[in-house]
Design a protein around this ligand. Structure first.
Ligand code: BES
Ligand code: MN
Ligand code: ZN
Length: 505
């Protein structure tokens, strides 16, 4: 999506559609009031007569706009002024963008930066472009007759104050990059398991590397290399699959000092999780194609970072395997040796995510990272604990945990911390190996993180369990693109001399 920032009087804005947010039972926003004056109180009258109900998320198209520069108006309800904070603002934005992309127009002007929030103009501009990119998203490559494509290609942001042009531009640039990253994550997640395999993910990394003009270097470790290295836990997961496993490593060098310690993101890339010999029940098993959501989130973040080019160093690692049952598959009770040297008794082959991640965490040590965050659709228990709104966060470092929570809040892609107390660790005791890969029913999300913590002793580390947030089930089934917003924000916040801040006023 192209964008521009304008300070023109909205009544004069020459555009195919002017999008105007309106509170319910309250004064018009300043830029909407300007337009109202210039149009014989068109909007004021519509509201007074009850022809437009400005309830949150309501939209109404006014197909003609006599006396105005715009060809049409799109009114968007913000709901009650006193309740209009971030969540309401974003709901109204989504409603507006969903309606906009259905219109036969190629450009639109939007006046959302006037809405009063405890967030600055850059944030509002960023969320506007992010919403536009998300609304344009389609996943119909497997439909014989795809729906017609949206025609919208340009968005003009109307800001009231000249002083805000620069920050609106920066916000819009970041929002576009994050929106496109989110859409890439959604596509990787939505692709079926017979297309999106570990080798397919490796190809995606190669493609990103080639397109990056040297900004991203890519290394793929195949099974032979992983065997030579000693990554026995990762390899044990793919044993029952005909699809070979891969460890994908992408390095981004953006810091002025080449040797500045990098931030490492690690994604769980189980391209299909049947549970293995500890087979899952059949119902809803198709959704285990989304079990590479952590990997997809890492890829989306890479895409956003390549676009925004922050001055940081980062390493992106994806641990990819397919978890299948066959004659060669790992069995309950099997003992495998991790890259770190610790032995693991695999009591349940469905607790496979931690097995690929533990070797990736050990691999990350070689980069002497400033921080490591792993992202994984790791436990059904995370859905029981937090539902589908908050991503689960666990960490061995309180400062890092705060940074991650703040990034989630800033991006409005929020996480919630669970305790990683030592008391939980003994649930992983094994009679036969150094540790077991499951810790029983209580606190399943925490014991999964406890397992990972054994491999994260040498750096500040945080774990994001996105089992409840990476995709929607039911009629709206599909990947959400979370937590690309959080991760990109986290990396942007690590830039020590960022030009413009985005966020809370
Ligand atoms: N990928 C699943 C977790 C999952 C399940 C995410 C459902 C989203 C929806 C993971 O590999 C898994 O199977 N975890 C087990 C762990 C258990 C065996 C300790 C689980 O959560 O049941
Ligand atoms: Mn599993
Ligand atoms: Zn899994």
């Amino acid at each position: 999506m192209e964008f521009s920032v304008q300070t023109a009087n909205p009544a004069k804005a020459e555009t195919a559609c002017l999008v105007l947010p309106v509170y319910k039972d309250s004064e018009l926003l300043p830029c909407v009031a300007k337009l109202d004056d210039a149009s014989e109180r068109l909007i004021g009258q519509l509201l007074e007569r009850g022809d437009f109900d400005a309830a949150l998320g309501n939209v109404q198209l006014i197909p003609f706009a006599p006396g105005l520069g715009a060809e049409r108006l799109l009114l968007v309800g913000l709901g009650a002024r006193e309740k209009c904070q971030e969540a309401a603002f974003l709901k109204a934005l989504d409603a507006a963008m969903t309606a906009l992309v259905k219109l036969p127009i190629d450009d639109a002007s939007v006046a959302f930066t006037d809405v009063v929030l405890e967030r600055d103009t850059a944030w509002k501009a960023r969320k506007t472009l992010e919403a536009a990119e998300r609304a344009l998203y389609r996943f119909d490559q497997f439909k014989s007759q795809p729906a017609p494509k949206a025609t919208l290609t340009a968005l003009h942001l109307i800001v009231t104050d000249n002083a805000e042009v620069e920050s609106a531009q920066y916000g819009a640039r970041v929002g576009t990059a994050i929106g496109q990253g989110i859409n890439f994550t959604r596509t990787l997640g939505n692709l079926p398991g017979n297309v999106c395999t570990p080798r397919y993910l490796a190809e995606q990394a190669e493609t990103l590397g080639q397109a990056s003009k040297g900004a991203l270097s890519v290394e793929i470790l195949d099974e032979e290399a992983l065997e030579a290295l000693g990554a026995g836990a990762l390899l044990s997961v793919g044993r029952g699959s005909v699809e070979p496993s891969r460890l994908i490593v992408m390095r981004y060098q953006g810091a002025e000092e080449a040797d500045e310690a990098p931030h490492v993101l690690i994604g769980k890339g189980i391209t299909f999780d049947t549970g293995g010999i500890s087979l899952k029940p059949g119902e809803g098993m198709d959704e285990m194609k989304f079990d590479m959501g952590g990997a997809a989130g890492v890829f989306g973040t890479v895409k956003a970072v390549l676009e925004i080019k922050p001055k940081i160093n980062a390493v992106f690692i994806v641990a990819a395997a397919e978890n299948m049952p066959d004659g060669a598959a790992t069995k309950p009770g099997d003992i495998v040796k991790t890259l770190k040297g610790l032995t693991v008794e695999v009591l349940n082959t469905d607790a496979e995510g931690r097995l690929v991640l533990c070797d990736a965490l050990t691999y990350a040590e070689r980069f002497t990272p400033a921080s490591v965050i792993d992202i994984a659709t790791l436990t059904g228990a995370a859905i029981v604990a937090l539902g589908h709104h908050a991503t689960g966060l666990l960490s061995n470092d309180d400062d890092l945990a705060l940074d991650v929570l703040e990034a989630g809040d800033g991006a409005w892609d929020r996480a919630w911390q669970l305790p990683l107390w030592d008391e939980y660790q003994e649930q992983l005791d094994s009679n036969f190996a150094d540790l077991a890969n499951i810790g029983g029913r209580p606190a399943g999300t925490i014991t999964a993180a406890c397992f990972l913590s054994r491999f994260a002793e040498h750096f500040p580390w945080a774990h994001l369990d996105i089992a409840g947030t990476a995709w929607h089930s039911g009629k709206q089934k599909g990947a959400t693109g979370r937590p690309v917003g959080l991760l990109t924000q986290y990396l942007l916040d690590r830039e020590t001399d960022a030009q413009i801040e985005i966020g809370v006023k």
